[in-house]
Write a protein that binds this ligand. Structure first.
Ligand code: 5GP
Ligand code: ZN
Length: 116
């Protein structure tokens, strides 16, 4: 995908990010505009537009993404009180960056799942 994808550019090191974990296939970094005390984005290094495309195109990589999210949740101390793992998808889902990313949110009660 390359230069016109923000998260591909973070993977390439062209845009700085606060990286909290890196594996051969995934990257976890802090959201620039955190919506909770802990807000980490977990992405595959390879470009997939959204979670459905990833899950269908490379289920193993989708599993590795979840595995990285779980390790980061543990490292960030979120596993006792709990956390939320979220994939905004498409316009109704409010997705703004079209490189699949899991939002890992925690550190305080997160309130209801949806605003109405
Ligand atoms: P989405 O709305 O696509 O589910 O989430 C995109 C997320 O990316 C938002 O939470 C936003 O704050 C975050 N974001 C946007 N630009 C940057 C950036 O340059 N660096 C980092 N670390 N996060 C970003
Ligand atoms: Zn990308």
């Amino acid at each position: 995908m390359g230069t016109d994808c923000l998260f591909c550019r973070i993977v390439a090191g062209e845009i700085p990010a606060t990286i909290v974990r890196e594996t051969a296939t995934t990257l976890a970094f802090r959201d620039i505009d955190p919506k909770a005390p802990t807000h980490v984005l977990v992405i595959p290094k390879e470009h997939y537009a959204d979670v459905a495309t990833l899950a269908q195109g490379d289920p193993g990589l989708a599993g590795e993404l979840l595995g990285t999210a779980a390790v980061v949740a543990e490292e960030e101390g979120l596993t006792v009180d709990g956390f939320r793992l979220m994939f905004n998808t498409g316009p109704y889902g409010g997705q703004e960056v079209f490189h699949v990313h899991a939002h890992l949110l925690g550190g305080a009660p997160l309130g209801p799942m949806l605003c109405r």
